[in-house]
Design a protein around this ligand. Structure first.
Ligand code: ADP
Length: 448
């Protein structure tokens, strides 16, 4: 039975993104929302809306029982989780499928494997993805750890197997500190994730973050849609993303893309996925795979013309991918700025009422946002309020257009990081594409 009504288990811009793709396909949407989001745009645009709980996400957007009940009451035949919240929760995916509701996401077992860092790394290695040199799985014995670290060479990074969001990591410069840092990493991981398992990797000094978008039909066919460069980060949060990467050649894209898509074919992967690598001196090193749609997916859409959410819905409906690898063309350049309601200097969140809003427009300018004048940004959720995605025939043209679009964009009543983006787009290293994952924090520290 084809999908006719999708419950969107998310909020904000991504809920709108999914609603738009669904409506273009003639599919109805059901929004769910917390009491803090009754007036949100995703609730206003959806065909139906169901309140699923009070403001805290644990009671609403993460409330599995209430979301499943909403899907049943509203007669939904599919659920799209967006990103964050329940999107990488294998148990939730299983519950959805057990209710005979189509899960618009990867197979639960793949979500589970890739969500466990040690298992993910092992699987990635078996699938032929290049790994960061390090321990073969978890290490608990300090003597064994010392042996491994001596082999790969210092500095090394100690990582929590169930870590996430950049937490539970320690860089170790020399052997005398290894044992105590392992203990620290283990106890921090135990406190944060309830699991003290750690593993060791070579610490890369100045890498870029480059990720490949992949897509599988769940039946053994899979493609890649090129890479995104997300090296501009603060505290492991991406700030600006671009595609293609300024340092990847066409040949390298096709070579590495093929390595990634072959891995997905071998896995029988279904739906959208992102394989994240650190890149240094021309080498790729797998760090993790995200089994969901990414925030930064629109830059890929801009340079390929493929609607990734539409593909997700098609595949969940048992249809084949609508594009073949040989038909995909990568043209031009796209950059996304994440616009957050926060102080551009201190980064303190700035929720509150938006008194005036004017999104940027014009040729090749896309704004994905749930903002409107009079909307109150609630303090309970992520501070990202809009994504500005700009396309140009080449990187230089894209940057010129992006500067113009940032000039036009007005959000009044709350503070935003628009001034930060404007300043970034005047920096020589950004203009030349010469930046690593350390660049932004070093630049911010020098600016203060
Ligand atoms: P998380 O799931 O917590 O985000 P990741 O494994 O994706 O953890 O790593 C998060 C970030 O930590 C990376 O984007 C990178 O900045 C840094 N990092 C991770 N592994 C290494 C490494 N081996 N060398 C240097 N930096 C690393």
């Amino acid at each position: 039975m084809p999908i006719t009504r999708i419950l969107i288990a998310n909020r904000g811009e991504i809920a709108l993104r999914i609603h738009r793709a669904a409506h273009e396909m003639g599919i109805e949407t059901v929004a769910v929302h917390s009491t803090a989001d009754s007036d949100a745009m995703h609730v206003r645009l959806a065909d139906h809306a169901v309140c699923i709980g009070p403001p805290p996400a644990t009671d609403s957007y993460l409330n599995v029982a209430n979301i499943i009940s909403a899907a049943e009451v509203a007669h939904c035949d599919a659920i799209h989780p967006g990103y964050g919240f329940l999107s990488e929760n294998a148990k939730f995916a299983e519950i959805v499928e057990a209710h005979d509701i189509a899960w618009i996401g990867p197979k639960p077992e793949h979500i589970r494997t890739m969500g466990d860092k040690v298992a993910a790394k092992q699987t990635a290695g078996e699938l032929g993805l290049p790994l960061v040199p390090g321990s073969d799985g978890a290490v608990s014995d300090p003597e064994e750890a010392k042996k491994i670290a001596a082999e790969i060479g210092y500095p090394v990074i100690i990582k929590a197997a169930s870590g996430g969001g950049g937490r539970g990591m320690k860089v170790c410069e020399s052997e005398d500190k290894l044992e105590s840092l392992m203990k620290q990493a283990g106890s921090e991981a135990k406190a944060a994730f309830g699991d003290d398992t750690v593993y060791i990797e070579k610490y890369l000094g100045n890498p870029r973050h480059i990720e490949f978008q992949v897509f599988g039909d769940g039946k053994g066919n899979a493609i890649h849609l090129g890479e995104r460069d997300c090296s501009l980060q603060r505290r492991h949060q991406k700030v600006l993303e671009e595609a293609p990467s300024p340092v990847i050649s066409d040949d390298e894209r096709m070579r590495m893309g093929e390595v990634c898509s072959k891995a997905m074919r071998d896995m029988g992967y279904r739906g959208a996925g992102t394989i994240e690598f650190l890149w240094e001196d021309g080498e790729f090193y797998f760090i993790e795979m995200n089994t969901r749609l990414q925030v930064e997916h629109p830059v890929t859409e801009a340079i390929t013309g493929v609607d990734l959410v539409r593909e997700q819905i098609r595949v969940a409906d048992g249809k084949p991918l609508s594009v073949a690898q040989e038909d995909l063309e990568f043209t031009g350049h796209a950059i996304e700025c994440r616009i957050n309601a926060e102080d551009p200097f201190t980064f303190a969140p700035s929720p509150g009422k938006v008194s005036y809003y004017h999104p940027a427009g014009g040729m090749h300018v896309r704004v994905d946002s749930g903002l409107y004048a009079g909307y109150s940004i609630p303090p309970y959720y992520d501070s990202m309020i809009a994504k500005l995605i700009v396309y140009g025939r080449n990187r230089e043209g894209c940057i010129m257009r992006l500067r113009r679009a940032l000039e036009e964009m007005v959000v009044e009543g709350v503070k935003t990081n628009i001034p930060l983006h404007q300043e970034l787009l005047r920096q020589g290293d950004i203009l030349s594409g010469d930046y690593s994952i350390k660049w932004l924090e070093e630049w911010l520290a020098a600016r203060d």
